[in-house]
Structure formats: C-alpha cells, structure tokens
Design a protein around this ligand. Sequence first.
Ligand SMILES: [Zn+2]
Length: 344
Amino acid sequence: MSTPFQIVILGSGSAYPGKQRHHTAQFLIIGRDRLLLDCGEGTQFRMVEEGVWAPHRILITHAHGDHFLGLPGLLLSLASDYPGRPLQIYAPASLYEEFGFLFRSWWAGLSLDLPIVRHVVPTDRPTLIFQSRFARVWAFPVEHSIPTVGYWFCEHKAPWKLLPDQLEALQIPPALRHPLQWGKPVQIHNQKIDPSMVGVPAPPPRTYAYITDTRALSCTHLPPFLKNVDVLYHEATYAQTDAHLAHHHYHSTTQDAARIAQQCNARLLLIGHASSRYAHLNPLVNEARKIFPNTFFAEEGLRISIEETQILVQTRDKTTIATIPRTYATPPSAQNEQKKEKDR
Ligand SMILES: [Zn+2]
C-alpha cells in the first residue's frame, strides 16, 4: 500500500463570485505533507467543510485577490490552533511587496504567535522550491497579466524490489544490494549485473501539476518535467467560443487546457477557474473531452487519489466516478519475474 497522494478541491471559481463556487484553493496530501495551493476568500471554511486542516506549507501562484485573500482569516485561525508553529509560505515577490501588510503591521498589531517563513518564488525560470521527506516541488513561470507560477509535485523515487532467489542464484553480497536497489548496475566476478537481472523496478513516482491563471502556453514554454504527469490541473476560464476574451484577459479556454494535457501526455486533466458567466459546467467539460477524453471539472469536494496502479476520482462521500489505470512500461526481464511471482 503506497503512501497517500490526494488532491482535495476546495474552490474552483474564477475572480467574480458565483453560486456554489468558491475562489481557487486546493489541499494536497503527499505522505504526511499537507499543502495548501492558493487561498482564495473563504478557504478556511471550505477546509473545515472538507475535513482538511493545518497545512504545513501554503503555495500561492500570484498576487491576484481571488488566489490569496483567504490568508488573513486562515492565518488567524492557525495562530490560535498552533501557537509558535512555523508556517512556510511560498509566493512570487509581488505578493510580499504589494500586500506585505498581511505579514507585517497587521500581524504584529495582533501580537499573534505564528512565525511565518516567507519564501520568494522566482517567476522567470523553473526552480526547485523545496524538498520534504516525501516529495520535491518545482515552480515554473506561466503567462498571466502579472508574474505567476505553476507548481509541479513529484514524490521521491521508490527503490527496486530485489528478488531473493535471483540474489541467491547470482551470489550478490549484501554490500552490493544497495546500488542495485537504486537502479545502478554493479560488477561482480567480472560480470556486470544489471538491476533488471535481480529485481523489479518500482512504479514511476506519482506527479501532479497545478497551472492556474495563464494564457495558453506554447509547448516550448512547458518545462520538460511536466511530461507524463499523472494529473494536470489547468484553468479553463472560458469556453472555446470566447477564445478572444481568454486571450485578452490572459486566461485559457477549455481546449487550450486539453491541448496542454495532450502535449504533456497527462493521464487525467482537471479543469477549473471557470468564469461565473457559465451556469453549466458540462458543456465546458465536453469541449475539452473532444481533444482530451480523460477530462473532469474540478468540482468542489472532489478528491483525486493517485495510487500506484490507478487514479481514482471520487466525490466527497467517496463515490468513485472514474478509475484511470496508471500503466507504465516495465523492462522485459522484470515482466518475466512478475509473471513468475503470479504463477507461484
Ligand atoms: Zn489572476
């Protein structure tokens, strides 16, 4: 059983308030990491409704109000819940420059004990912003009306599963097993031992990409690490017929999002940030599905779990609405071993 890797949708509306639609926010659980992605107004109430709380880190994409105005209330609550516990915040410099009062005078005046560690996220190049015990996280620039980033989350690689019979047969001493576990060949009695001769690789690390508020990106803008991403969240503020508005307001259409998912060879696409002008979401999803069939709207309360062998899309009450197999290439030698194990 793998560690959890789950996305909980807290808000999927765009800037203007809409019925049943909150401003952008998502909660991401990777192992024991609890991350909040963006924090629009009302996010703390949405977190309580969805049963998620106490993020270790908050990642903000840009300094537009619908992506961060939930911070004051949430920080106040966290200060009273966890006094003295440092909170890491990652955001482009403009958030601290233009809205520094959120982190300085207002805060100091309340004499609250919440040490905020501010990290400035570069907006001009892909950057590794942190690594935890469970994952590493990169930020990368997107194309919006102000400096804005997307984020990419990748769990750490798991070791190969070494097969005792093969180790025994080839007389691999314990000291040489560690490099093999990490996919490195070793030399023994003048023979090169490839990891595939004695083990089975772990499934590729699970990944998630979060791209909100951007014009359609060209493939030359996409950082290479997005290739084969398991789940891509991409804004789709506008329907395809309103493509001129999307371009004018530095946003994307449903089919822009679908094309990016296709270029990334994603397994699943979540679209969101839909303009409040659209009363119904199904037509937006159907437009994207013409290009990328595995598309879902990031409706509030949706949970997406990336497991080793499948991706589950579930409602708040755990009803599964889609299961997408997480297939990956396995070296032929490992396939033989897996078959042998099955036959046993
Ligand atoms: Zn924006």
